[in-house]
Design a protein around this ligand. Structure first.
Ligand code: NAP
Length: 286
């Protein structure tokens, strides 16, 4: 039995959809906060269990009988580490044999990076088998940046031109389903990345191609970015959170060439440049 958490979210739902093509649905259960939103999975014969990481007993019940659980990282709010710790402790209490975790690129610059580092440590310290999937920056996030840049006529973000091996969310899901459905991933850490490194200048180039005119990447000054975000109604703490993330993207930490997607799934990783171009252009056409 495999239990997948976060199955009402984007990544979790994709993982379950890939997984049900690989193993019998009777071997899959999902753990979600709102079971009524998983009716389509239930209709396929997948067992729906209700749990919230803030309530460890609920997660323990959801993990009961599972050999493997996939813990999908949650929102990144200030108490995310304790949510993740609850899920890890619940896996131990429920007698799970192998914990899988969708982590992030290794870096300590951002709050998110530190959350993943502490969660990975907690998982490894359980002594159970583990598989950690360090998902790089979703190319889907860069689609949003391209759309904004085309609309604004400029790509202005508080970042330098560090490269990132950005990966599509679908490829992250396919890789997760592959490791869940096959043997041999005990105590492994995989960098789940796209096949090419893109810089913010490359992202501006994609925006320029879509716009049919030059869209320059001009790093935003931190103060100007903060003022703009506060004017849009974001609290200071959220702006700090974003500034740290952009700093991490610029640091080079996200440039982690890896062939893990191809090796795990048996098909090449989606070229990020094509994906971002195609998806942003389609969205802007509507
Ligand atoms: N690599 C990247 O670029 C990148 C970008 C964004 C996010 N992420 C990380 O990747 C994760 C998955 O991405 P995604 O696109 O699938 O995000 P998503 O659609 O926001 O899904 C997040 C999932 O976490 C669940 N969740 C949140 N708080 C929870 C709690 N207290 N207990 C149990 N479940 C909880 C949500 O449940 P509900 O459905 O009930 O709300 C949802 O299913 C995110 O949560 C985030 O940690 C990575």
């Amino acid at each position: 039995m495999i239990v997948v958490t976060g199955a009402n979210g984007n990544l979790g739902r994709m993982v379950v959809n890939f997984l049900k093509d690989r193993i019998p649905v009777s071997e899959i259960a999902v753990s979600v906060r709102e079971p009524e939103k998983a009716a389509d999975l239930s209709a396929h014969g997948i067992e729906i269990r209700q749990a919230d990481f803030r309530d460890r007993a609920s997660v323990m019940r959801a993990f009961t009988g599972a050999d493997k659980v996939l813990i999908i990282s949650t929102s990144g709010a200030s108490d995310t580490v304790s949510e993740h710790r609850n899920a890890v402790d619940a896996a131990v209490e429920a007698g799970v044999k192998h914990i899988f975790y969708t982590s992030g690129t290794k870096e300590k610059i951002s709050h998110i990076g530190r959350v993943h580092e502490q969660t990975e440590k907690a998982i490894i310290e359980t002594g159970l088998n583990y598989t950690i999937l360090r998902n790089n920056l979703y190319a889907d996030v860069l689609v949003r940046e391209v759309i904004s840049a085309v609309k604004a006529g400029i790509l202005s973000i508080p970042a330098d031109d560090g490269k990132m091996t950005t990966v599509t969310r679908v490829d992250c899901a396919a890789a997760a389903a592959a490791v869940l459905a096959t043997d041999g991933h005990q105590n492994k850490i995989y960098d789940i990345t796209g096949p090419e490194s893109l810089s913010w200048n490359d992202i501006a180039e994609i925006a320029s191609e879509i716009a049919g005119k030059e869209i320059a990447f001009i790093p935003a000054l931190t103060d100007a970015f903060r003022k703009g975000m506060i004017a849009k109604g974001l609290p200071d703490s959220r702006v700090d959170f974003l500034l740290e993330i952009y700093k991490a993207y610029s640091s080079g930490a996200y440039d982690v060439p890896s062939d893990a997607v191809a090796v795990l799934t048996g098909r090449p990783a989606t070229p990020a440049r094509d994906f971002i171009f195609r998806t942003a252009r389609e969205a802007l056409a509507h």
